[in-house]
Design a protein around this ligand. Structure first.
Ligand code: SAM
Ligand code: SF4
Length: 470
């Protein structure tokens, strides 16, 4: 098994190190090309982490990362097409770099917009020379070799593969929390979603390889890891060990040096009791579950092809509420799905009252190409979607504020990941993923785990003070 190298961990010693600094590891790589690259990422955590792997791959080829497109020979955009606005943003950014090909720069489009628009991008933006979807990242070395050789239209547009994207080097940008993809793609068929089309079928990574990477992360000094997948809990180990997702969580939590194991995003259908049992068995498995519901109406859930009803979803919530530790639950909601009536929307509002989520990511439905919902009748007018979104967000604001106020007096273990501008002020995350700002007389808390007593709250976070170690 090849060695996986993480090269951002030097930032633990110097967290302000700039991304333009060439990491020492370059000297050990089999550099074939010397150049510079700029990589901008749009979209979700999975895209962020894909970019970390792409950056690692480029560094291994001898490239150096720079902080601006002007300073780069190769400009890459890792794109998101989950909603129309996200995709439009990519095209307006691409437009800004129309003239750069003439200056000898190469421009490449990666990710979901690349997969969705395919080779049409070459006609729409002839200054682009590389178009590569995430299911083809494993082929990036050969695609890059063609771009380097001067080929004008290089495309990697597989959407049916059983292989995963393995890199020897990952250039991690977050020095405190390491992201680790355990499953790529998605086999669900939600009526509104482009992901199965843009990211290809579900492919789980070998559990042995995941655990080796995790041990190396711990050796490099990481104590917190977040397993990633569009449906992370649908993980199906392809190795002979056939580890269940819950078993992988338990094994990960036992790796020496690892204090926190997170996972996102969980699909309600595959959220089973053994995951709660795993969380109960080892406190290193974080007490936070992101469980997107999308709608509180069974009728809309059916139309969305979400594979569960409101009641079935609420059974999963009841299961999580029975966990040994109070577990934070967050969700995603779409308002204005085609045919969503006022009555359906009221059911979403009542679900919020019933579950009392710790956080809600809410979106107006956006029709996407290649999805079955895009041709459904009874589209909801934009103004009505905005009205529903505002109502939903206001309800959640009130619920969240009550929850946060009820936590005053509680004690949390905080993994400190930032220094605030105010003197003696720091912030970090609890195991349940709440942001906690805290005061402490300690000269440096970055990267440390400290206990904090909650003394107040803001709209989205807790405020507290460090409890001195006795
Ligand atoms: N795999 C996750 C799940 O099963 O819920 C979701 C991944 S998706 C990248 C993140 C969120 O984007 C979804 O949960 C959904 O709320 C939102 N989303 C996806 N497609 C959308 C669309 N066409 N319009 C609006 N929101 C959308
Ligand atoms: Fe999209 Fe549904 Fe798959 Fe999530 S489970 S990525 S929403 S198709």
């Amino acid at each position: 098994m090849s060695r996986i190298i993480d090269i951002r961990i030097e930032a633990l010693a110097n967290p302000t190190a700039s991304v333009t600094e060439a990491p020492a590891v370059i000297a050990h790589s089999s550099a074939s090309v010397h150049g510079t690259f700029f990589l901008e990422t749009f979209g979700c955590q999975m895209n962020e982490h894909d970019s970390e792997k792409v950056a690692g791959l480029l560094l291994a080829r001898g490239y150096q990362q720079v902080g601006t497109p002007e300073a780069a020979g190769l400009i890459l955009y890792n794109t998101c097409s989950i909603r129309e606005k996200a995709a439009q943003k990519v095209f307006s950014r691409l437009g800004e770099y129309r003239g750069l090909k003439g200056e000898g720069k190469k421009i490449g489009l990666l990710g979901c917009v690349a997969q969705q628009e395919g080779e049409d991008i070459f006609s729409r933006a002839p200054w682009v020379s590389l178009v590569c979807g995430s299911a083809s990242y494993r082929k990036l070395p050969e695609l890059l070799a063609k771009v380097e050789a001067g080929e004008q239209r290089v495309a990697g547009l597989d959407n049916d593969t059983d292989e995963t994207f393995e890199t020897e080097i990952t250039r991690r940008d977050n020095p405190w929390r390491a992201y680790l993809t355990i499953i790529e793609g998605c086999d669900k068929a939600c009526a509104y979603c482009v992901v199965p089309f843009t990211r290809g079928p579900e492919r789980s990574r070998d559990s042995g390889r995941i655990l080796v990477e995790l041990k190396q992360l711990a050796d490099f000094g990481y104590s917190e890891v977040q397993f990633l997948g569009q449906t992370v809990n649908s993980y199906a180990d392809p190795s002979p060990r056939k580890m269940r997702f819950s078993e992988l969580l338990i094994e990960a939590a036992q790796v020496p040096g690892i204090r926190r194991v997170r996972f996102t995003t969980s699909h309600p259908r595959d959220f089973t009791l053994d995951i709660i049992a795993a969380m109960n068995s080892n406190a290193a498995i974080c007490n936070h579950v992101h469980l997107p519901v999308q709608s509180g109406s069974t009728r809309v859930l059916r139309a969305m092809q979400r594979t569960y009803s409101r009641d079935e979803y609420l059974e999963k919530i009841a299961m999580i509420r029975c966990a040994k530790r109070r577990t934070a639950i967050t969700t995603d909601v779409i308002v204005g799905f085609p045919g969503e009536t006022n009555g359906d929307f009221d059911e979403t509002l009542s679900l919020l009252d019933e579950v009392k989520y710790d956080g809600v990511f809410s979106f107006k439905y956006s029709p996407r190409p290649n999805t079955s919902a895009s041709t459904m009748p009874d589209a909801i007018p934009e103004e009505e979607k905005s009205r529903r979104l505002a109502l939903l967000q206001e309800k959640q604001r009130v619920i969240q504020s009550e929850t946060l106020q009820s936590l005053v007096g509680e004690v949390y273990e905080v993994h400190v990941d930032g220094k605030s501008k105010k003197e003696n002020s720091w912030y970090g995350h609890s195991s349940c993923n709440r942001v906690v700002s805290l005061t402490s007389p300690a000269p440096d808390l970055l990267g440390r785990y400290v206990k904090a007593r909650v003394t107040g709250c803001t709209a989205n976070s807790l405020v507290g003070e460090q409890i001195p170690i006795s």
